[in-house]
Ligand binder design. Structure first.
Ligand code: MYA
Length: 240
């Protein structure tokens, strides 16, 4: 367990290090690193404030950036285009080349980053490695409406999946969602900010068990609770 946690963390450090000029990773850690990075070009980091961010979101962002100063927390960068589908490494998981080299995939981008500023998913994720938990600050824009005035449940599920995915990938490297269970307790007002607190509860072989709660900024409202199971991909198996 310790080895896989360290590998996952080092994959994140590697991305940060690449920006800051730190040494390159050893070959055995390259695959996990690539899932979080772009191989050929350095793309914009979307997990940073833009003019659409509300006062609440900016305030929370600043508070967490402050927590990053002593190294206990770190902000996870987020790119729109990953090399995931084109990387040689991912082919070890998806053995059918057509699935990773199809023409449509040249336009592939991360679902949650495919909206204009402020219209869809605005979020940033912070990681506390010692405590094996992440905090996702999320502002859901007007294009994510479900019931009038409120966020679509699928948008909340998506954001929970991303928060869980990041939490699990830090410890597990290349992981996929196997199971997601969500209890929606209160509707989330459109354009409000919510905080998703995720936790890695257990690592059992290739299985990573995670849980989270989604709360209002003042923490008084519990919007949702969820649990998830992520499976660390086995390079010896095809996922397709
Ligand atoms: C993700 C990293 C990205 C980094 C960027 C981060 C930001 C973006 C984040 C975005 C995030 C977005 C993320 C996404 O959108 S991921 C997209 C949505 N997820 C999928 O499409 C996954 C589809 N499923 C699969 O491909 C396979 O089933 C996987 C790979 C998951 C496992 O198939 P594999 O052949 O490898 O494993 P196995 O079958 O031998 O099972 C192994 C063990 O696990 C247990 N098990 C399996 N399933 C379940 C289940 N449902 N409940 C309970 N247990 C389950 C199983 O019993 C066994 O246990 P045991 O017998 O050993 O005890």
């Amino acid at each position: 367990m310790l080895r896989s946690c360290t590998a996952g963390l080092r994959s994140l450090w590697a991305l940060r290090g690449r920006r800051e000029g730190a040494p390159r990773l050893s070959a055995d850690l390259q695959p996990a690193r690539r899932l979080f990075s772009t191989e050929k070009a350095v793309h914009k980091d979307w997990a940073l404030p833009n003019p659409s961010w509300s006062k609440d979101l900016k305030l929370l962002f600043d508070q967490f950036m402050k927590k990053c100063e002593d190294g206990s927390w770190e902000r996870l960068p987020s790119c729109k285009h990953t090399c995931t589908y084109k990387s040689e490494d991912f082919k070890t998981y998806f053995l059918d080349p057509q699935l990773v080299e199809g023409e449509g995939l040249s336009q592939a981008q991360l679902f949650t980053r495919g909206f204009e500023d402020g219209l869809g998913f605005e979020y940033v994720i912070f990681n506390n490695n010692d405590e094996k938990r992440t905090v996702c600050l999320f502002q859901g824009g007007p294009y994510l409406q479900g019931i009038p005035g409120f966020l679509h449940g699928g948008a909340i599920a998506t954001m929970i999946d991303v928060a869980f995915g990041s939490c699990a990938a830090i410890s597990g490297g290349a992981v996929m969602t196997a199971n997601l269970n969500i209890n929606f307790k209160r509707p989330v007002p459109l354009c409000s900010v919510v905080v998703i607190h995720s936790q890695l509860d257990k690592l059992e072989g290739r299985k990573l068990f995670v849980s989270c709660n989604v709360r209002s900024v003042d923490e008084k409202t519990l919007y949702s609770e969820a649990t998830g199971l992520f499976i660390k991909l086995d390079p010896k198996k095809s996922s397709t």
